[in-house]
Design a protein around this ligand. Structure first.
Ligand SMILES: Cc1cc2nc3c(=O)[nH]c(=O)nc-3n(C[C@H](O)[C@H](O)[C@H](O)COP(=O)(O)OP(=O)(O)OC[C@H]3O[C@@H](n4cnc5c(N)ncnc54)[C@H](O)[C@@H]3O)c2cc1C
Length: 326
């Protein structure tokens, strides 16, 4: 067995640990839940690189989720939530832990409350949120059009575009703590910032009550969304990516700094700094996680050298800290 085989499948005692977790979980979860070992994450992320989750689960209910979190806590297993995987770089060795995705229909609710507000489940794709809101003539979600995540991932990242971010339209968030307790937090009690929501660092977002800005006719909302979609179409690459790789440093555009450092088209394997938007690293086909990480290092070093600015990653290194690899 080579070193890389070993890191992929784990050593025998590691493997036993994950098999035991699978065996303990299987009889406790409902029949509708999905539970697998060594589930590929490349196919579940937009960058399409990296290895597998040692244990992967799609709970079908709140009770399933409580069981998953409870077992993980009792046995010291790290838990990682997975949304649409659109802001993640998965390392080639995969993720040593339990990856939980709210991918089942039960988590994707869109329920107008009758007073102009709407409940959106964490598993609802932003694309569907925008489409359903447009149909209902709800104004205020248009800026989310084209962000390829779901509501849970968008809350955790405080996703934003076109001058707005999701917490602009959030009234309250329902979440589950790592102890399995379900709580509702008003926005005023939460700490949100650029691409960050402190309360969701550990907790699982179950959904949010959203307040649109106002009502309008469906055609007008759709027109605004189409205009944003067109803007995105012209300014972002179409290839596989994880969105913007770096945060904009205060007073700067990360994309411009990378472009002015001469890095458009820079390549490691099949990972390439996009020629369309320099803050995107695209997968030209067969990139590995290691290719992407090497390119991230190279871009940071060259921008530091040319511009004297330290770029901080915005995309997340799944299951790890950037400090471990940069
Ligand atoms: C082409 C492209 C364009 C993009 N454009 C934008 C943009 O304009 N603006 C922007 O902000 N982002 C953009 N992104 C990045 C990304 O789409 C957003 O950050 C999005 O909100 C991530 O959602 P996700 O469901 O994919 O989350 P994931 O990438 O799966 O996860 C992101 C983080 O959220 C956590 N998470 C996921 N679900 C939950 C949950 N239920 N509870 C708690 N934590 C959870 C994960 O553990 C992880 O830490 C873009 C990405 C791509 C590929």
């Amino acid at each position: 067995m080579t070193a890389s085989d070993r890191s992929r499948s784990g050593t025998a005692p590691d493997r036993r640990r994950w098999d035991e977790l699978l065996a303990r979980l299987r009889p406790q979860l409902s029949a509708g839940a999905k539970l697998t070992g060594e589930e590929s994450l490349a196919t579940k992320t937009t960058m399409r690189v990296g290895g597998a989750a040692r244990v992967y689960a799609e709970p079908a209910s709140v009770a399933d989720l409580q069981i998953l979190l409870g077992e993980a806590k009792a046995h010291g297993v790290p838990v990682f939530m997975l949304g649409r995987g659109s802001n993640l770089i998965v390392p080639d060795e995969g993720v040593d832990g339990l990856v939980i995705s709210l991918a089942q229909e039960a988590w994707a609710g869109f329920v107008p409350t009758g007073d102009g507000r709407v409940w959106a489940g964490a598993g609802l794709r932003l694309k569907n949120l925008c489409g359903l809101a447009a149909k209902a003539g709800l104004v205020g979600f248009e800026f989310l059009e084209g962000i390829p995540g779901n509501v849970g991932g968008a809350l955790r990242m405080n996703a934003g575009a076109m001058g707005g971010w999701i917490f602009d339209v959030v009234e309250e968030v329902r979440l589950m703590t790592r102890d399995g307790e379900v709580r509702t937090l008003a926005k005023a009690a939460m700490h949100v910032d650029y691409r960050h929501c402190a309360e969701l660092h550990d907790a699982v977002a179950l959904g949010a009550l959203l307040r649109p800005a106002t009502q309008a006719d469906a055609a007008a909302v759709k027109r605004q969304m189409d205009a944003y979609a067109q803007k995105r179409h012209e300014s972002q690459p179409r290839e596989a990516s994880a969105g913007c790789i770096f945060k904009n440093p205060p007073g700067h555009s990360a994309g411009r700094l990378i472009d002015e450092s001469g890095l458009k088209g820079e390549r490691v394997g099949d990972a390439e700094v996009s020629r369309v938007h320099a803050n995107f690293i695209v997968n030209r086909g067969r990139a590995s996680g290691a290719d992407v990480l090497e390119l991230v290092r190279r871009v940071r070093a060259r921008v530091k050298e040319a511009k004297g600015v330290d770029l901080e990653p915005e995309a997340l290194l799944y299951g790890k800290s950037w400090h471990d690899v940069l």
